[in-house]
Write a protein that binds this ligand. Sequence first.
Ligand SMILES: [Zn+2]
Length: 211
Amino acid sequence: MFPKNLADGYRLWRDEKLPQEKGRLAQLAALGQAPQALIIGCCDSRVSPETIFSSGPGELFVLRNVANVVPPFRPDGKHHGTSAAIEFAVAGLAVPHIVVMGHSQCGGIRAHLNANTDTAGDFIGPWMSLISGAKEDALARNPNLKGKALETAVEEAAIRLSIKNLRTFPEIESREKDGILTISGAHLNISNGDLRVLDDATGEFVSPAAA
Ligand SMILES: [Zn+2]
């Protein structure tokens, strides 16, 4: 049976929001999408890019996976869901911006940090091994970090690592060099809604106005 809360939510959207969005949806269906940005975010139910960026249909191409990780470019014929979505957004839709957005209290990062075998499962452990080195990066910047501060620093380091991996995609590297694609990092504090963005020069995360 279809979950009742989802059916109720759909009815609410259909009756209250759809009438205002009908024209836009029809236009998007006829002309196709041209999203302003590819957002690579975490699956976490508390971090919805469309909500925090106040975006409507057609505006954001959203890719969500565990801990907003980007693997390096590895065209080996295997099943790369994240890389396929990135390829489509960049080569197919020519998005002008990519934002890798991490967040506080990230379960994927926490599992990686604690090497938690309960949550490592068949897939999460190998997936999170993609950010091996993030903890070392965080500690190299500040060797005294521990607990919650270390967790935040590793969330930030993982964003920097994913951005580095994005640049291993030849299509991304050349578009960035040509000035038709920008890459940004962001970190959302889910307890108070604060968004900090990556300062490319320092590698630190700062308020959007200061970046
Ligand atoms: Zn997360």
